[in-house]
Every structure is written in structure tokens, then in C-alpha cells.
Design a binder for this molecule. Structure first.
Ligand code: FBP
Length: 295
């Protein structure tokens, strides 16, 4: 089954947003070569080529405009919320156009992460989302989405169409992988205690520096991804709106959970669009253990 057929059963506006992002993700995938190998060259109009993440941001904006459904767009690449005037819909979207961009030069997998609110506002708790998705640019280009009725994965096939690979994905309960960002010497004592507990229970470290890729491993094999508050990032490094909420929303619909150490990520009321948060996201067993130790 193809993505467009799978989306038939969901809200038409959300279907249009997901399909438009899926289409533009194919152009982002192609840009890894042109914008990476030839950085610093000029395009046919003599314009300096955009950095890859800025280029991805332009593509996502055009996807939102093409959908004609999005009124407000909050992007990690923009300091303010973008109001899209030409639109028939009332949706709000939060997006990290290219998460983990520093990993492109070492040819590691990176992602586009996006969340959708059907009432237009974007400075909202993650639990008020109506859909979330990410595209993972790896050996395959895959797309994972939820519109509150299960988590489903598609892969780009040789005909350049997103084809269903897995439906109603659940995070395995007996996971044995963990990721933890930041300098070990800067981890809070209780975070170190949590990690040492995972080691005792024979969890293996998997951390690439690309949240989307590192999360995909947790979704597939179970376990927990974390990025705690550290001296360098006193509020955590990952962005609440653009990275943590959409991934935590997907996790919830895959039977997992998320926490900042004290409460669900999805319950955090954002004060500003650039807000960061510590994050533990993955299986319920691991996030409950994190809260037990960190509280
Ligand atoms: P950006 O917001 O700069 O893309 O950073 C996000 C990120 O790359 C995540 O994808 C990843 O989990 C984290 O930073 C890695 O951080 P660190 O390099 O400190 O381990």
C-alpha cells in the first residue's frame, strides 16, 4: 500500500500536509549531494547556495504553502512563527527541517521532524497535537507518522513512492538499547545513576548524534533515548516544539512514553518556540525508571 492510500482514512488537511512534506523530502534527499559536496558554489542565478538546513527549511515552507492548510509554521530555522497568509486551512505546524545536520558530512542518517495542531496555535502542549511524523534519510528514505490511530512506517521505493513497510508499530517492551547525549562529565549525578542502572541491566549504548536516527533504533528495538540537562545545556539540548514533542507524540501512540525527568514531555507548556528540554523517550519501563531515579 502507498502512503497516499494509507492516509485516505484520516483528516483531509492532515493528509495534505503529510503528503506535501513527503514530496519535498524527496528534494531534501537529493540535496545531500548538491549542497554538501559542492557547498560554497553559486546557483544558476549566481546566488550563494544555502546551507543544507536553510535549504530544507525553504522546502518545508513551500510544502506548507502548497498544502494550503497551514496558518502558522514554527520552524527551528526561524526565530519567529511564520504566518502563511494564502491558506484555506487553520492548522499549526512545528518542524525541525533537518535534525542532526552536522551528521551529514560523515554520511550518517538525519531527519525531518514535524508536528501538526488542527487549531492553528503552535505554542501548545504536545498532548494537543493531532499528528506527527518524521522522515529518516538513511540507507532507505523512510517516513513514520501517526494521526492518533497507530504508528506506521513507509519506505521510498525505486518508483520514488512511499510504500508501507510496517503498520501499528509498538515499541518492544524488552528493549536493550540506550542513547545519552552530552559530555559524561557534565551529566547530573542522578542521570549517571540512571545510566549505570541501565548498564547493570545489560543495555547497550547506541548514539550517533542524530536524534531521528537514534530514536528510530529505540522504536525498532526498544530501550530509551536521553539527553539530560548538562552544564553546557542547562535546560537540555533538544528543542521541545520541533524535536521532543513530535517524537514523544509518536512514542505515545507506539505504546511508549517520554519524560523530562519529572513529567511527560507532552504536558510541558511551552513559553517560547526555541525552548529546550531534557528528554527521556522510549519504552514505558525505561521512562518510569528514569522518573523514579530523577525525581
Ligand atoms: P541540532 O539542533 O543542532 O540539529 O542538534 C540536534 C542534535 O543533532 C540531535 O539530533 C542529537 O540528538 C543531538 O543534537 C546530539 O547532540 P551532541 O552532539 O551534543 O551529542
Amino acid at each position: 500500500m502507498l502512503l497516499e492510500e494509507h492516509l485516505d482514512g484520516i483528516d483531509k488537511g492532515i493528509k495534505s500536509i503529510i503528503l506535501n512534506v513527503a514530496e519535498k523530502s524527496k528534494e531534501i534527499q537529493k540535496a545531500f549531494f548538491s549542497h554538501n559536496m559542492l557547498a560554497g558554489t553559486k546557483n544558476v542565478y549566481g546566488e550563494q547556495q544555502l546551507e543544507l538546513d536553510k535549504f530544507a527549511d525553504k522546502l518545508v515552507l513551500s510544502a506548507m504553502e502548497n498544502s494550503e492548510m497551514v496558518k502558522n509554521l514554527a520552524s527551528e530555522e526561524q526565530s519567529e512563527i511564520v504566518q502563511i497568509v494564502k491558506c484555506k486551512g487553520d492548522y499549526g505546524v512545528v518542524v525541525d527541517p533537518l535534525d542532526g545536520v552536522s551528521c551529514v558530512k560523515t554520511n550518517l542518517s538525519v531527519g525531518t521532524i514535524l508536528g501538526v495542531f488542527d487549531e492553528g496555535a503552535v505554542l501548545e502542549k504536545g498532548k494537543k497535537m493531532d499528528a506527527a511524523m518524521y522522515v529518516l534519510y538513511g540507507p532507505l528514505t523512510s517516513l513514520v507518522y501517526t494521526a492518533k490511530d497507530g504508528v506506521h512506517e513507509f519506505v521510498l521505493n525505486p518508483k520514488n513512492k512511499f510504500e508501507l513497510r510496517a503498520e501499528n508499530i509498538k515499541i518492544p517492551e524488552k528493549g536493550k538499547l540506550y542513547g545519552s547525549g552530552g559530555f559524561r562529565r557534565e551529566w547530573p549525578k542522578k542521570h549517571l545513576e540512571f545510566i549505570e542502572r541501565l548498564h547493570k541491566e545489560k543495555y547497550k549504548l547506541r548514539f550517533s548524534g542524530s536524534f531521528t536516527a537514534d530514536f528510530q533504533q529505540i522504536l525498532s528495538y526498544g530501550g530509551v533515548f536521553s539527553y539530560p540537562a548538562t552544564k553546557s545545556y542547562p535546560n537540555g539540548k533538544l528543542r521541545l516544539l520541533f524535536e521532543c514533542n513530535p517524537v514523544s507524540f509518536i512514542t505515545k501512540h507506539a505504546g511508549g512514553d517520554s519524560t523530562n525527568g519529572k513529567k511527560s514531555i507532552l504536558e510541558i507548556k511551552p513559553e517560547k518556540i526555541s525552548q529546550r528540554t531534557p528528554i527521556y523517550v522510549g519504552g514505558k519501563k525505561e521512562t518510569e525508571l528514569a522518573e523514579k531515579i530523577l525525581k
